[in-house]
Design a protein around this ligand. Structure first.
Ligand SMILES: Nc1ncnc2c1ncn2[C@@H]1O[C@H](COP(=O)(O)OP(=O)(O)O)[C@@H](O)[C@H]1O
Ligand SMILES: [Mg+2]
Length: 459
């Protein structure tokens, strides 16, 4: 009963009580049956209280619950619901509120998913990202950025970019992005852990509001170390090729000029000079052939002419000139090929591997040394091994042996007609066949090179 004496009903109850008291006071002198009058008014009063109680239960309480629920929803609790067994308008209202809560809950789940997706994209990009507002405060840094610059997210978020990022080029990029309001790109290098030199490209992108006002900037940092390395390799390669071509050409030109100036009047001198010119042009041809082989292997869309090869007959094809060379060099040369070794590969390329490896073995093994060519079948690979008892390769030189134009002893290689590209070509051929190559060598004892080519090449 006390529930109905709430703030909402209190003025009505007071007003009604006063009205009844006044009615009683006015009507009492006019009425003879006072008991009857008081009874009627008392009954009226009780009826009113019952009506108010009913009103409270039917409307006020549900309304209060609805208000509370809306409050919860407004505070972000989208699981709040109105549970009320009512009918009519109040039921309609609570249904609508529940519907609203469900709708808000769905939207918030979608919103959460979207922001999680976005966060995971931002965090998993290969580039460092930084979001800076128009006043220069950092609002976001991703994991890649942290992995480059160290420290933690909380060391950046909420701070001015020039206070927490210690890099002049980045400061300049942000400054220029804000000043010119367009994309700005810069590059810089840094030492990762004090050892490796890494290169980064930093791109500043201005962000505009819908009213075209500058709102901030995004910094994107790309790791361009690999690109720089490739660029450096390409430059070195061009320089090396030019250098390698220059030597024989200078020599050819010089001897030809001498002959033209009458230096060849003596038949013996002429013969000697022509021999040199011939040898140098031969060297040029070898170099150009090797360069063409390499460029063919590197060409985009390069296709291997894959066929089933029988290793016995393949070796048989190339053996005569090889045996001849071994004899000429005074070397003992043995070939051991297992029975029936078959291989799916590019015939010309496999021959090239054997020729280049055997060529090296003969060139870098002094007279009376021994050279072996062994071919055996293994589970998934055909194992080709070329071993010699030659001069060997020093440990320091081994990691560089497959580099283009790398030669331990330049003069020695040149004398044997080497171009410095033989092993680079072998490695390339092995790689396009998805095979493996490794080398074991002891200085003054000998070298063994192992090539493993997959028996079945993947399409
Ligand atoms: N079997 C070997 N024994 C000793 N040194 C070798 C052998 N094979 C290769 N090398 C070394 O590796 C260098 C690179 O080999 P390669 O690429 O074939 O070029 P090159 O034209 O000089 O033979 C050679 O100059 C030589 O110093
Ligand atoms: Mg060679």
């Amino acid at each position: 009963m006390s529930r109905i004496f709430t703030r909402a009903f209190f003025p009505y109850i007071v007003g009604f009580t006063l009205a009844i008291i006044l009615t009683t006071v006015f009507l009492a002198p006019l009425t003879e049956n006072k008991v009857m009058l008081i009874s009627v008014l008392a009954a009226l009063f009780v009826t009113l209280l019952i009506m108010l109680l009913h009103f409270q239960e039917r409307f006020i309480k549900p309304m209060r619950k609805v208000t509370e629920t809306l409050h919860d929803i407004a505070r972000g609790n989208y699981r709040a619901r109105v549970h009320f067994q009512t009918t009519g308008d109040v039921a309609e209202l609570s249904n609508r509120v529940n519907q609203l809560a469900r709708y808000m809950s769905e939207i918030s789940i979608q919103e959460k998913m979207r922001s999680e997706q976005l966060a995971s994209v931002i965090d998993n990009t290969e580039s460092g990202l930084v979001l800076i507002d128009e006043k220069g405060y950092i609002h976001l840094v991703n994991s890649k950025f942290l992995s480059i610059f160290g420290k933690r997210e909380k060391d950046y978020n909420g701070y001015l970019y020039h206070e927490v990022i210690d890099n002049e080029i980045i400061h300049q990029t942000v400054h220029d992005t804000f000043l010119y309001e367009k994309n700005v790109k810069e590059e810089f290098s840094y030492y990762n852990g004090g050892v490796d030199k890494n290169y980064l490209e930093v791109l500043g992108v201005p962000i505009f509001s819908s009213r075209n006002r500058l709102k901030g900037a995004v910094l994107v940092l790309y790791d361009i170390t690999e690109l720089k390395k490739l660029e450096g390799m390409r430059k070195d390669f061009v320089a090396n090729v030019s250098h390698e071509l220059k030597t024989p050409i200078t020599s050819i030109k010089g001897f030809a000029e001498t002959l033209l100036d009458g230096g060849g009047d003596d038949a013996q001198v002429r013969e000697e000079f022509l021999q040199i010119i011939y040898k140098e042009s031969d060297r040029l041809q070898l170099l150009i052939d090797d360069l063409l082989r390499l460029s063919q292997l590197e060409k985009e869309g390069f296709q291997l002419a894959v066929a089933e090869l029988d290793m016995h007959s393949l070796v048989g094809d190339i053996l005569p000139p090889i045996k001849h060379k071994a004899e000429r060099e005074g070397l003992e040369f043995s070939v051991e090929i297992e029975e029936d070794v078959k291989l799916e590969a590019d015939e010309e390329k496999v021959k090239q591997i054997l020729i280049n490896l055997l060529d090296n073995a003969f060139n870098y093994t002094p007279e009376q040394g021994e050279v072996w060519l062994r071919i055996a079948e293994e589970e998934e690979y055909v194992h080709i091994q070329v071993e010699d008892t030659g001069i060997g390769i020093a440990k320091e030189a081994l990691p560089r042996i497959f580099e283009r134009f790398y030669r331990v002893d330049k003069a020695r290689s040149r004398n044997t007609g080497g171009t410095g590209l033989g092993l680079a070509i072998v490695k390339h051929i092995v790689e396009v066949h998805e095979g493996l190559i490794n080398i074991k060598s002891e200085l003054n004892e000998g070298t063994a090179i192992h090539v493993y080519l997959p028996k079945q090449i993947k399409a």
